[in-house]
Design a protein around this ligand. Structure first.
Ligand SMILES: [Zn+2]
Ligand SMILES: [Zn+2]
Length: 131
């Protein structure tokens, strides 16, 4: 069976949403509650639409909570996340999803903007002057 580009895009977008929901639920496993500080992957949602509108990543407060629980290096985490997300775009479907075609969705664009956000965080951290 050969999947069409349309079918692959739908699979990709569904995968992104599962990735987001799974990340949220795993944070609960580590004792984190819902976030009310910023737009954050740990914001509470009462509908699928609300859940889809949440960011893929954690705000600084929640990131620190997770770091305290797991003892990870933030730069290393961002680099691994960026490389993982980048590897998913090898088929170039998400980039096309943000170019205005009929399958443009908030989820696809959020994925691309999340990668851009991760990259900007890495650039910011790497260029931060040391005191
Ligand atoms: Zn929750
Ligand atoms: Zn948060």
């Amino acid at each position: 069976m050969h999947l069409t580009t349309v079918a692959l895009k739908k699979v990709f977008i569904t995968f992104v949403f599962y990735f987001q929901v799974t990340s949220h639920e795993i944070c609960h496993v580590f004792g984190m509650s819902h976030c009310s500080y910023f737009a954050c992957g740990m914001n509470e949602s009462k509908s699928i639409l609300q859940a889809e509108s949440q960011p893929l990543f954690l705000c600084p407060v929640c990131l620190r909570k997770l770091q305290k629980a797991l003892y990870f290096d933030i730069v290393e985490r961002y680099e691994v996340l960026y490389n993982f997300l980048d590897s998913l775009t090898q088929c170039d479907l998400l980039q096309k999803g943000c170019d205005g075609d009929s399958l443009q969705t908030a989820s696809a664009c959020k994925f691309v903007s999340s990668m851009n956000w991760l990259n900007s965080m890495l650039v910011f951290i790497e260029n931060k002057p040391t005191t």
